[in-house]
Design a protein around this ligand. Structure first.
Ligand code: ADP
Length: 548
């Protein structure tokens, strides 16, 4: 194919051919392609592996503009890695989808995928075709999932007396607490666990076993200490009342929620408005004042005793609001306006004329919180008409602590939500993986042909989870795994896992180290799916621009 070649002559008149450089168009093919993907994935996973588990190491992430973030949250680490490799990017997507759907197990899913890929690589090297491996893995995964169902337990939730679930002996509380395990908030575990349970139960529809996360807001506010974090029955907005003389507290608030600006419409004149004489100026002023008064009148006649406004307003309007005893908040963002309306059962009103009593939002009290050290203000809208609106306010002395605590609480909220949806659990510390690994290995012998190999490899990939947990806790990985496997069989106990925290106890049920069944299932499914996808890719063409 000469289409990108040009014939030219040198100084001596000798012809030669210039071929367009295709150096920037990379192409790998066949098994070589699969192998190179696996090696790329391995790099990502090797970073994440060391953060798995309660003794996992934190990572310092430095963003391009120098911002520093310390975390051991898999999804966060992944999202901040600057990856150029396409397959590594797929792993990031993978951990995101585990995060979106389950909210937990984001590190584990990547470690497991990479272990499956490592195993696949060995099989490829033995000459087994990637598609066959993928197929065998899928079958093995099915068996592992069945085993999970078999070993699953159920967490009891007290539906009669919801408050009991926030007590330290309650299983829901313990589950929430476990999920905070390796995060930065360790000194506030009990408090955060209680917050998570309280928040979720507040919005949960226990009959339909549904939790609407939309109703939950998590707000971080710099300053104070983690212990000052709390759950508020209502919404918080990062604003204050528009005038310092307005009261700091409105009881029994009837709120006009406005998206129309508090300013008079420009007088409708055909020509450009010219104010050249004192007369004209006065006329304009009267016009504006009349308009303001009209607006205040509309608000007053609706029965409102407080105003929330999407737009700003000038000093004059502000003063009128003050003198008419209408505490007001200005420049409230669109999503916040919606949240306020939702929480107070109010309607968003786009025109003053449309204001009626039935459109007002209702809240037991609205208070302006002052944060001593920072002179910052926040408005707390509490005891709202819609009792299910709830906000967790996270305080912390640095942005990093606030961010990491928000993530920790998020994980915990997810676990509680997942348990409300489906209260089945499996035990952690790698015990579920060991149990599945043993089961798949048992089945391997019954398989014909290639599947035998694939099953054994799948089983060994599962072992990587307990081995990593052991390694991160300073234990000998192989010794720990062998002992645990023997005990699973001898003692017929599927709840034995890695004693990461040195409790001298391997029974994860006794230690209450749990993982939700849906979370664990999702990890196995996603890891197997992505592995299959990568194994089936046999051609990657990254197109670059042609160069001469
Ligand atoms: P992920 O992002 O995947 O949730 P984590 O770093 O939170 O990763 O680690 C989760 C793993 O640590 C799970 O396998 C879980 O069972 C295990 N684990 C958590 N707490 C303990 C504990 N106290 N003892 C043993 N294993 C634990």
């Amino acid at each position: 194919d000469m289409s990108n070649a040009i014939v030219a002559q040198d100084e001596m008149g000798r012809p030669f051919i210039i071929v367009k450089d295709q150096g920037s168009k990379k192409r790998t093919h066949g098994t070589e392609a699969v192998k190179s993907h696996i090696l790329a994935a391995r790099q990502v996973a090797s970073i994440l592996k060391t953060s798995l588990g309660p003794r996992g190491l934190d990572k310092i992430l430095i963003s391009p503009d120098g911002e520093i973030n310390i975390t051991n949250d898999g999804a966060t680490i992944m999202s901040q890695m600057e990856l150029s490799n396409e397959i590594a990017k797929l792993l990031v997507e993978l951990s995101k989808s585990q995060d979106d759907e389950i909210g937990d197990g984001t590190t584990g899913v990547v470690v497991l995928t990479s272990a499956l890929l490592d195993q696949a690589l060995e099989l490829i090297e033995k000459g087994i075709h990637p598609i066959k491996i993928a197929h065998g893995f899928e079958k093995a995964c099915k068996i592992a999932l069945e085993q999970l169902d078999k070993i699953a337990d159920t967490v009891s939730i007290d539906l009669e007396n919801l408050e009991n679930n926030t007590k330290p002996e309650s299983e829901l509380f313990k589950a929430a607490k476990t999920s905070l395990g390796s995060k930065i908030v360790s000194k506030c575990h009990d408090q955060f666990a209680r917050m998570a349970v309280e928040t979720v139960l507040n919005v949960a529809d226990l009959e339909r076993k549904d939790v609407d996360f939309e109703l939950i807001r998590v707000e971080g506010k710099l300053g104070g200490s983690l212990e000052d974090s709390k759950v508020i029955n209502g919404v918080i907005i990062d604003k204050d009342f528009s005038h310092p003389q307005m009261p700091k507290k409105v009881e029994n608030a009837k709120i006009a929620i406005l998206t129309c600006p508090f300013e008079p419409p420009k007088p409708k004149t055909k020509h450009k408005l010219e104010v050249s004489t004192v007369e004209e100026f006065k006329k304009l002023q009267t016009y504006e004042q009349d308009k303001f008064k009209e607006m205040i009148h509309w608000v007053k006649q609706s029965g409102a005793n407080m105003v929330v406004c999407q737009w700003g307003f000038d000093d004059e309007a502000n003063h009128l609001l003050l003198s008419n005893e209408l505490p007001a908040v200005r420049w409230v963002g669109g999503t916040e306006i919606e949240t306020i309306a939702m929480a107070t059962n109010g309607r968003i009103v786009p025109r003053f004329e449309d204001l009626t009593e039935s459109k007002l939002g209702h809240a037991g009290k609205v208070t302006e919180l002052e944060f001593g050290t920072t002179r910052d203000h926040m408005l707390v809208i509490e005891d709202c008409d819609n009792p299910r609106a709830v906000t967790a306010l996270i305080r912390g002395s640095s942005k990093m602590i606030v961010d990491e605590s928000i993530r920790a609480l998020h994980d915990s909220l997810c676990v509680v939500r997942n348990l409300i949806k489906d209260s089945r659990i499996v035990y952690g510390g790698g015990s579920a993986e060991i149990s599945c690994s043993l089961r798949v290995m048992e089945e391997a012998d019954k398989q014909k042909g290639i599947d035998q190999y694939a099953f054994r490899s799948f089983s060994q990939a599962l072992d990587v989870i307990p081995m990593s947990l052991a390694e991160n806790s300073g234990l000998d990985p192989i010794e720990t795994l062998t002992q645990l496997k023997a005990d699973h069989v001898l003692k017929q106990n599927s709840k034995l896992g890695v004693d990461c925290l040195g409790n001298n106890n391997n029974d994860m049920k006794e230690l209450f180290v749990i993982e939700t069944l849906i979370g664990k299932r999702q990890q196995l499914l996603l890891a197997t799916q992505l592995t299959r996808m990568i194994l089936k890719i046999n051609d990657v063409i990254i197109s670059g621009k042609d160069q001469y």
